[in-house]
Structure formats: structure tokens, C-alpha cells
Design a binder for this molecule. Structure first.
Ligand SMILES: Nc1nc2c(c(=O)[nH]1)N[C@H]1C(S)=C(S)[C@@H](COP(=O)(O)O)O[C@H]1N2
Ligand SMILES: [Mo]
Length: 229
């Protein structure tokens, strides 16, 4: 487990771009070793999807409790017509399913190409509960008890923002934030809340965990946090 590190401001992020190559190469190599060591024999997740080896597992807390899919619930509340709690089965069967594959970008410089995701597009979930007038943002909470994130309503309505029940061709592993995590494709990884426990529709966007520590609230890949390419 590694944390994202100390609070990172614009200048620090810029400096890290230069240092990135060595860090990313080392991290990927170490992570591949970890995947080989921990992967169930024959599951071959890292073999089927070699790119998975490029991930680093992040948590800003200590060990996070494990929740089995059968015990999982996602609370959707706030400025909605029909607040409700979705079981894992509800997320897989009661709502339209979306799949996509894209590169995963952490703001600290590592990327993982061709990561496959599946789950419920956030706009489909928002339509199911009915967004009330005055809603301007969506807030995400984690059952790690600490991490939070937010999107504007416009961002939350994108079809490449997914409540993910699957990743890399299988379930979302515990270390990747399973059984359910967010995946916000067009933005840096910190927008993608792991161990998702709640989605709250709110009147105003509140900065998330890393944003209170210096990251940009609008985290577009390539044009935020000091990146301009
Ligand atoms: N709950 C929680 N979600 C989180 C984080 C975290 O520390 N805790 N880190 C974020 C960051 S900075 C990144 S890059 C991705 C990393 O996802 P991974 O751990 O599956 O590689 O998760 C994001 N979501
Ligand atoms: Mo990140």
C-alpha cells in the first residue's frame, strides 16, 4: 500500500513530471511482482491483462475493511426524488450496464493503458433516482471512512463516468476499491473514489480529500494540476 504522498501543489506536480520516468518504471516492475505473488494460481489476471501491472494501489487510510458483494450497499441520497440503497445485484441487474476501455492516469505520472471497466454509467443511476431542481453537484464517499470526491452535475452526467462493478475483465479487487468503485474516465485517478459507499446529490460542489490538500477540483487529464499537454 502506498499513499499518494504529501500534499502536492502545482509546482510540486510539475517537478514530479520530470522525475516520473524512473518512479513509474520502478513502480510498474514492483507491482508486477506483487501481482504474481498474490494472484490466485491460474487466475492469471496479470497475465491476461499485462497492463494491470502498471497500477499502484492507493489508500489514504490504513487497511480498509473488506465488504463481500452480498453484503454491499450503495446509498444514493441528497437532492433526489427517490433516495435508495442499491445492492451489488441491483447494480448489476436493475440498471443498464455500460462498458468502456481507456487509459488510467494518476496525476503523479503513472498511466495504465487499456483498462476495461464495467458497471452503471452515473447518468443512468441519476435518472433512476431522479435529480431534484437546485442540484449542482454529486459527492462520493468511501467506506474507508475518510476519502471523498465531487463532480459538478455536468461532469456527473457524462457517460464515461461509471459506478464500476467490474474492472480488468473481473470483479473490482479489494485493493482496487471493490466491490464497487467510481471510474471517472476523463479525469485523473483521484476523482475515482475507491470502496464507494455513498453518492449524494448536493446543491454545491464541495472539494474532495485531495482537493483540500491542493489538487484541482476540475481534474481533466492533460489540462489540470499544472499539466498543459
Ligand atoms: N478511497 C480511496 N479512493 C481513491 C484513493 C484513495 O487513496 N482512497 N486514491 C485515488 C488515487 S490518487 C488514484 S490514482 C486511484 C488509484 O486507484 P488504484 O489504487 O486502483 O490504483 O484511486 C483513487 N481513489
Ligand atoms: Mo492518483
Amino acid at each position: 500500500m502506498s499513499s499518494e504522498g504529501s500534499p502536492v501543489g502545482r509546482r510540486v506536480v510539475l517537478g514530479m513530471v520530470g522525475l516520473g520516468a524512473l518512479g513509474v518504471a520502478t513502480g510498474a516492475w514492483v507491482q508486477r511482482g506483487v501481482n504474481r505473488a498474490l494472484g490466485p494460481v491460474g487466475s492469471g489476471i496479470s497475465g491476461i491483462v499485462p497492463a494491470a501491472g502498471g497500477f499502484r494501489f492507493y489508500t489514504v487510510t490504513g487497511p480498509v475493511k473488506r465488504i463481500a458483494p452480498a453484503d454491499y450497499h450503495l446509498r444514493v441520497r441528497g437532492l433526489v426524488e427517490r433516495p435508495r440503497s442499491y445492492s451489488f445485484a441491483d447494480l448489476q441487474h436493475a440498471l443498464p450496464q455500460t462498458r468502456m476501455t481507456d487509459t488510467f492516469h494518476c496525476v503523479t505520472g503513472w498511466n495504465v493503458p487499456n483498462v476495461a471497466w464495467e458497471g452503471v454509467a452515473l447518468p443512468d443511476l441519476l435518472d433512476a433516482v431522479g435529480v431534484r431542481p437546485g442540484a449542482r453537484g454529486v459527492r462520493f464517499t468511501s467506506f474507508d471512512g475518510t476519502y471523498t470526491e465531487s463532480l459538478t452535475m455536468e461532469q456527473a452526467r457524462r457517460r464515461d463516468v461509471i459506478v464500476a462493478t467490474g474492472m480488468l475483465g473481473g470483479p473490482v479487487s479489494h485493493d482496487h476499491g471493490g466491490p464497487v468503485r467510481m471510474y471517472v474516465a476523463p479525469m485523473y485517478g483521484y476523482k475515482s473514489t475507491k470502496w464507494l459507499s455513498g453518492i449524494e446529490v448536493v446543491g454545491d460542489v464541495r472539494p474532495g480529500y485531495w482537493e483540500e490538500r491542493g489538487y484541482d477540483v476540475d481534474a481533466w487529464v492533460g489540462r489540470s494540476n499544472g499539466y498543459t499537454s
